[in-house]
Design a protein around this ligand. Structure first.
Ligand SMILES: NC(=O)C1=CN([C@@H]2O[C@H](COP(=O)(O)OP(=O)(O)OC[C@H]3O[C@@H](n4cnc5c(N)ncnc54)[C@H](OP(=O)(O)O)[C@@H]3O)[C@@H](O)[C@H]2O)C=CC1
Ligand SMILES: CC(=O)[C@@H](O)[C@H](O)COP(=O)(O)O
Ligand SMILES: [Mn+2]
Length: 395
């Protein structure tokens, strides 16, 4: 049983889970299930997975269950009738669910769709456990400005950023030399480009180490995931872009490292199980017990590291260029990637065309400043339109 510092036996921590039906959402609820006295669920949100949302609502008895796809409203209402659980549907209802006062919000919606509810939660002053990296890619500066303005607490859940969060000396950032983001290299780490041209969605979502949703699994395979994480790290930690390195580490045991000016390198290690970083956020500032397999380095025997290959994985180059260019470029990169990944999963385009579509979209749209959230929304819409048009030409 956990014993977080901010909790007493009579006051369970209240939690809302956005993206409850996804991989992060389910892992979060698994930890809650194992610690029933320590947490109470306020709101659960899903998008299309009605059956799972109903099952989760019946098990965890939140005050509110929201389905993003409004066509499921009646079915959700009927299934939860008589339970006392409030029901809502539609995109706006997902955002409004973030108004519910809670101790912690798990932001685990996939894609830029997570931006508005997460911002709403920040504005209400919730502690936000952030899995949704696309928030920071498409609106990093505005998002972090909002965090500062609200004095909000942001707890990184993405395994690499959670690792860095655990070993970064926030009191002495000037002592940090570099951040080293580890990358598994994905299922095609050793493949040549000709072979990658033929891969199927089934092969691309089969990550060697992690069990994740389809979109992030494809991102890992193209290595856009590491590109998005580069931009995510830039916004989360007080370092310059050139201080963030990417290092291929196929075993996903060292989750990331911070290198200090005295030559010390601090790393966080663990079995690849998202329940460890999720638990760090759920229990924060205390640690809680998880069922993650204990690391046995003697059994693992060796850990490998290598430089990333920017020729075979152009996503890494594109993401760094977008970060350095700034302005609307990261928003465009993220939106085009979301469109291209969806197209690949729907078998409209080939694997290598994901990065091609992102690159062409970036080349098509002029670099411009992003002043406010309306600019982000407009850039996101326009980039999706352009990426979609490029995809149709390829199809
Ligand atoms: N999975 C992992 O281990 C890791 C994930 N992350 C990040 O966490 C986030 C979630 O990833 P993951 O759990 O894998 O994703 P999944 O695809 O497994 O789950 C996504 C969740 O978001 C919901 N959703 C999808 N589209 C919308 C929308 N338009 N509006 C509202 N809700 C929506 C889905 O609902 P439904 O299923 O009901 O349609 C589901 O609950 C991503 O940003 C990812 O990059 C970061 C590190 C590790
Ligand atoms: C679990 C997690 O945080 C993922 O982002 C993971 O890191 C993906 O693995 P890659 O290193 O292959 O992108
Ligand atoms: Mn990650």
């Amino acid at each position: 049983m956990i014993q977080p510092l901010l909790q007493t036996a009579t006051a369970p921590r209240t939690v809302s889970v956005f993206g409850a039906t996804g991989s992060i959402g389910c892992n979060t609820l698994d930890l809650v299930r194992r610690n029933p006295d320590a947490y109470r669920i306020e709101a659960l949100t899903a998008y299309r997975n009605l059956d799972l949302l109903i099952a989760q609502a019946l098990e965890f008895r939140p005050h509110l269950a929201v389905i993003g796809d409004a066509s499921h409203y009646s079915a959700l209402k009927a299934a939860l009738a008589g339970t006392g659980i409030e029901v809502a549907a539609g995109d706006q209802a997902v955002v409004d669910a973030a108004d519910r006062p809670v101790d912690l919000v798990m932001a685990a919606i996939v894609g830029a769709a997570g931006l508005e509810p997460t911002l709403r939660a920040l504005r209400r002053g919730a502690v936000v456990a952030l899995a949704n990296k696309e928030c920071l890619v498409c609106a990093g500066e505005l998002f972090m400005r909002e965090v500062e303005r609200q004095g909000a607490t942001l707890l990184p859940v993405d395994s690499e950023h959670n690792a860095i969060f655990q070993v970064f000396d926030f009191d002495r950032p000037e002592a940090v030399d570099r951040i080293i983001l580890t990358a598994s290299g994905g299922p095609f780490r050793t493949w040549d480009r000709d072979s990658m041209a033929q891969v199927t969605p089934e092969q691309a979502v089969a990550h060697p180490n992690w069990d994740m949703g389809a979109k992030i699994s494809v991102d890992s395979a193209t290595m856009f995931n590491k590109g998005l994480e580069l931009i995510e790290a830039f916004h989360l930690f007080p370092v310059k872009a050139e201080q963030i390195e990417i290092l291929v580490h196929p075993q996903s045991v060292v989750h990331s490292m911070v290198s200090y000016i005295d030559g010390s390198v601090l790393a966080q290690l663990g079995s690849p199980d998202m329940r460890t970083p999720i638990s760090y956020a759920l229990g924060w500032p205390a640690r809680m017990e998880t069922p993650a397999r204990r690391l046995n380095l003697a059994q693992i025997g060796r850990l490998d590291f290598a430089e990333p290959d920017l020729e075979r994985f152009p996503a890494l180059r594109l993401a760094r260029e977008a970060l350095v260019a700034g302005g609307n470029a990261p928003t465009v990169l993220n939106a085009a990637n979301e469109v291209a990944v969806a197209g690949f999963l729907a078998r409209k385009i080939g694997f290598l065309q994901i990065a091609e579509i992102v690159q062409t979209t970036l080349e098509t749209l002029p670099l411009a400043g992003v002043e406010d959230l309306d600019d982000v929304r407009e850039t996101d819409r326009e980039a999706r339109r352009v990426a979609d048009a490029i995809m149709r030409r390829i199809e």
